[in-house]
Design a protein around this ligand. Structure first.
Ligand code: GEK
Length: 242
């Protein structure tokens, strides 16, 4: 585990919008674990389902890989199959740090790490694609195109595992989840000021959609199975099967 996240402990003094820069990269593991309910479970689900749906001689993709927690789950799920993991992020700081932790996997040819915008990535011969808490950071109007591109690059029977922060259609439910999430972060040691400064800095950067939007997008694009694997407060993980 890296350094403890205290980026917002003095409020968001810079007033700058949130970005995955070097400062965030340094504390990222602590930040995501203390902020996202069910994050560790999502990583375990990725390993479990990747094992189940892996196809010999195919590729696994981890889109928006950050420091590679999902990438490690994918690597651990390969068993004896001929599979290459391709992990992509557009943050230079994340990719640099990730490269340092995965040297042997890269040298042995199991992993390819790319500094790239996932909106323009090529996906092909994929049996498993993971997009773990990343879609929420993309422009809303680019999300359909990305999921379509993933669908095209998946082999028949291949899967897309998506985790997202979501919001609810009902205002009452959204507000009650919002309060519970606030309590979750407070329990994990964040002060009221840190929680509110981070919320301000994420305004317009992390844009959630309701579950129905995710389900309908997947259906419209052609996925034949759309299952919810986990729901933890306002965070969910889905399995879409081509
Ligand atoms: C995990 N999946 O640990 N292209 C590439 N990367 C992007 C883009 C983009 N257009 N937009 C955002 N990112 C990881 C956690 S974190 C989730 C993912 C969070 C990257 C961004 O640089 C960051 O590393 C990641 O998506 C989001 O399983 O911080 O809540």
């Amino acid at each position: 585990m890296g350094k403890q996240d205290d980026i917002f402990s003095a409020g968001n003094l810079s007033g700058l919008p949130f970005s995955f820069n070097e400062e965030v990269t340094e504390v990222f593991e602590d930040m995501i674990d203390r902020s996202v309910p069910g994050y560790k479970t999502s990583i375990r689900l990725i390993e479990y389902y990747a094992k189940m749906y892996s196809q010999d001689n195919s590729n696994f993709y981890d889109l928006g890989c950050s420091l590679g927690a999902s990438t490690k789950a994918l690597l651990d799920s390969i068993q004896n199959k001929n599979i290459k993991v391709i992990s992509i992020d557009n943050s230079e700081a994340m990719i640099d740090k990730c490269k340092r932790s995965f040297v042997s996997y890269i040298e042995d040819g199991y992993l390819d790490l790319k500094l790239e915008d996932i909106n323009t990535s090529e996906i092909n011969n994929a049996s498993v694609v993971v997009i773990n808490f990343v879609l929420q950071f993309l422009d809303v109007e680019k999300r359909d195109l990305l999921i379509e591109n993933i669908y095209k690059g998946l082999n028949c029977g291949g899967v897309l595992i998506v985790s997202e922060k979501i919001h609810y259609e009902s205002r009452r439910e959204s507000e009650s989840m919002f309060l519970l999430h606030h309590k979750f972060k407070a329990k994990n040691g964040y002060t009221k000021m840190e929680i509110s400064a981070k919320r301000d800095s994420l305004e317009g950067i992390l844009v959630t959609e309701p579950e129905l939007v995710h389900r309908e997008r997947a259906k419209r694009i052609g996925f034949r199975v759309i299952d919810k694997l986990m729901s933890n407060l306002n965070f969910s993980t889905y399995l879409f099967i081509k």
